[in-house]
Design a protein around this ligand. Structure first.
Ligand code: PMT
Length: 399
């Protein structure tokens, strides 16, 4: 169900991204109530926000008498979450110093909702000691800062201070509105590929991007779980609030998984662990030779999932992933029997829109008494469906 989102806009060029975020949040069914400062109106018009959100936009503290209401209090009370984007250095300073001299700063002082602040400014301003101290004060008081990104800034400088894109703003707002139905859960997730070195410059690996495992970690954390993510090398940033432990080889992954196993309610093994590694690691780089190199002996890696199954308690839910390239349901059923996790998620890795590296996934969830088909959807939505089933299994297991 849609929520009331109070959107504060202060004077910065990044305001155009806020307009896109306002539009996306409205499309998601939320009621977006916009309050702009006078200087914000120099960059973007109230009419733009009014058109995108379908709500009147407030700028002035004092309305004409015919419309009188204690505006700052009514808006502050209605907000389920507040987002200020972009937040200028001046505005952040006002909040930190307890100054409420316009409608937006007054509302923020009055609201009891969570307040998210997205700073956007020149890199030197962002690094200024007073600004950093002000942000620290706000964080201490429970405001959440949406870290700016690095890159080209409108002032011509390169560096930190650029407000994240609308998509990130929307995601952070949604996180605050999410139902925390996994708040009692502790979840261990493996993700990404492993790398099995042959010599100092070469390794055996696979196409896993980590997206599936990171999507699971992100959604579990958003739903309130305490998440430990054990990941092979990927190009992804860890989701907010997730504890990341980076590993390279399968044996290292196994060691960390076994160390972290105790006390977890669910273990989800989405990593693509290499079944084999080069039997003899060459300390020196293998030189190019005249004849063909056709003798790389391989040795089997430990099966981490089996080790977890043998060491876990009855209540701990063990979830495996199966990467199949044909007859996926049939092979998935075989793997479910042979590897015997509590749940197996089977996905097809022979197609570009699912499995390895894709942004979407499709497949089956197999449990002892259920086979559920998951149609093609984003990995985030796929992760949600997997977590829903894990929650049900954990409930049955008495967790
Ligand atoms: O990372 P992405 O690009 O988003 O891609 C996602 C994915 C395709 C990698 C993911 O959805 C997936 O299917 N992960 C499991 C890949 C895999 O290794 O499948 P498998 O069928 O070979 O192994 C079955 C299970 O045993 C897996 O849970 C695996 O983690 C585990 N295993 C495998 C080998 C091994 N030595 N130890 C293990 O624990």
């Amino acid at each position: 169900m849609g929520k009331n989102i109070l959107l504060g806009i202060t004077g910065g060029i990044a305001a155009y991204k806020t307009a896109a975020a306002a539009s996306a949040l409205t499309k998601l069914g939320h009621n977006v109530l916009t309050v702009m400062t006078e200087s914000a109106c120099e960059f973007i018009t109230p009419m733009t926000l009014q058109s995108l959100t379908g709500n009147p936009v407030e700028v002035e503290m004092f309305s004409p008498p015919e419309r009188f209401e204690v505006k700052h209090i009514s808006l502050a009370d209605r907000a389920d979450v507040t987002l200020v984007a972009p937040a200028t250095g001046n505005f952040i300073g006002k909040l930190a110093g307890g100054i409420a001299d316009d409608l937006l700063s007054t509302i923020i002082m009055a609201t009891r909702s969570k307040v998210l602040i997205a700073p956007a400014m020149n890199v030197n301003m962002y690094q200024d000691a007073s600004l950093q101290e002000n942000l620290a004060i706000l964080e201490e008081r429970g405001y959440q800062i949406i870290e700016p990104e690095s890159g080209y800034l409108a002032c011509g400088y390169e560096g930190s201070g650029r407000m994240p894109e609308a998509e990130t703003l929307v995601k952070r707002v949604q996180e605050h509105l999410a139902v925390k139905d996994l708040s009692r859960f502790k979840i261990l997730i493996t993700a990404g590929p492993t790398r099995e070195p042959l010599d100092p410059v070469r390794f055996f690996s696979n196409y896993s991007s980590g997206r599936m495992g990171y999507a699971l970690a992100e959604r579990a954390a958003v739903r309130g779980a305490e998440v430990t993510l054990i990941s092979g090398p990927t190009a992804l940033d860890p989701p907010p609030g997730v504890r990341l432990i980076g590993v390279e080889q399968a044996r290292e992954m196994k060691e960390i998984v076994m160390e972290e196993l105790a006390g977890k309610d669910a273990i989800i093994m989405a990593a693509a662990v290499a079944d084999y590694r080069p039997a003899d690691y060459q300390e020196e780089k293998i030189k190019k030779q005249e004849q063909e190199l056709n003798q790389v002996a391989l040795k089997e890696n430990p099966d981490i999932l089996s080790a977890v199954r043998e060491n876990k308690t009855e209540e701990q839910v063990l979830v495996g992933f199966a990467a199949e390239s044909g007859r996926i349901l049939e092979r998935g059923r075989d793997k479910f029997r042979s590897k015997a996790p509590d749940m197996l998620v089977v996905n097809d890795i022979s197609r570009s829109d699912r499995g390895f590296a894709a942004e979407t996934n499709a497949g089956y969830i197999l449990t002892g008494d259920k086979e559920l088909e998951l149609s093609l959807r984003s990995k985030i939505k796929f992760a949600e469906a997997v977590l829903d089933e894990i929650k049900e299994l954990a409930f049955q297991a008495g967790g």
